[in-house]
Design a protein around this ligand. Structure first.
Ligand SMILES: Nc1ncnc2c1ncn2[C@@H]1O[C@H](COP(=O)(O)OP(=O)(O)O)[C@@H](O)[C@H]1O
Ligand SMILES: [Mg+2]
Length: 286
């Protein structure tokens, strides 16, 4: 009997994640029985799967405790519950910084104007979020601090960063790792428009094109990927996405490390679907 793999999403993720049909097909071609299942479906027997692969659980940010306790209960989950626990809060950026990796400079829960880094504009976002929800770009310090205060009052941790101007011209570069090695890069256009404030209806996919990373981007991404196993002992992520932007000095810095539900951009790079199937195969034959 063929081994069983679950591709796991939220209700909406399963309906609209464009990676899923391609991932499902590649896994079936590799001989697996594949089910698309909701993480919060209480009728699912997680024990029945040889591997459950978290893919598009797009609602976890609003149900974090529930999501992490679910993750802890699934016997063979990738990425692992330990990785998800560390990665679902962007305070992991502090850990990356501590081990010497270049990250977007971040001030946590700032209260006073003097705490704002020198910049023409700032970004404020909650530490637990996805799809640029509750995230905004401000050119007035008072407006940025008001946004921070609103998040903190709601019991969230707020992050304030300089708005890196390079994003307007070149967007961000997503560096995808599958099965432990670099797979491909995709450029994503800017998402935050000047003056729009907090919006809940952004199309967070942005404009996407396959990219050829620079040597400097490769180097930073490889170093970040290598650090994951150190920061989460024993972690060997099945998939990872490292979003890089350029700082004002033109150096690549980490905007986000996505180990929870990174889009793999399979429609843009279809051959990566077979890499994913290969990575699952390697995982199951360990
Ligand atoms: N410091 C920043 N400078 C420029 N753009 C930013 C910055 N932080 C976030 N953005 C924009 O907001 C989007 C969402 O922020 P991000 O940190 O990627 O969180 P998430 O994708 O988890 O919502 C990014 O894709 C980028 O377009
Ligand atoms: Mg992002």
């Amino acid at each position: 009997m063929s081994e069983r793999v679950a591709l796991v999403g939220s209700e909406r993720g399963l309906r609209v994640d464009p990676d899923l049909p391609l991932a499902g097909t590649a896994l079936r071609q590799a001989g697996y029985a594949v089910d698309l299942v909701r993480w919060d479906d209480s009728t699912v027997d997680w024990d029945a799967y040889d591997l459950a692969v978290v893919r598009s659980c797009w609602d976890y940010a609003w149900r974090l405790d529930e999501f992490l306790s679910w993750a802890g209960s699934v016997p063979r989950l990738r990425n692992t519950a330990e990785v998800l626990r560390w990665n679902t809060d962007k305070s992991y950026l502090r850990d990356l910084e501590r081990v010497g990796l270049p990250v977007v400079p971040t001030v946590w829960d700032p209260v006073r104007g003097e705490e704002l880094p020198d910049a023409a504009e700032w970004v404020v976002k909650p530490s637990v979020s996805a799809g640029s929800r509750d995230t905004a770009r401000w050119s007035e310090p008072a407006a940025a601090l008001a946004h921070v205060a609103q998040l903190v009052l709601a019991g969230r941790t707020a992050m304030l960063q300089p708005y890196l101007a390079s994003v307007d011209d070149e967007g961000e570069t997503a560096m995808l790792f599958i099965g432990g090695r670099f797979s491909h890069a995709v450029r994503k256009g800017p998402l935050l428009a000047r003056g729009e404030g907090v919006r809940q209806d952004r199309d967070s996919r942005g404009d996407l094109t396959r990219a050829r990373p620079t040597a400097a981007q490769r180097e930073v991404a490889e170093a970040v990927f290598a650090a994951i196993g150190e920061l989460v002992p024993g972690a060997a992520p099945l998939y990872a996405r490292i979003d890089l932007v350029h700082d004002d000095a033109g150096r690549p810095v980490v905007l986000e490390l996505e180990l929870t539900e990174p889009s793999l951009f399979l429609p843009q790079v279809p051959e990566a679907a077979s890499s994913l199937a290969g990575a699952v195969e390697a995982e199951l034959s360990r």
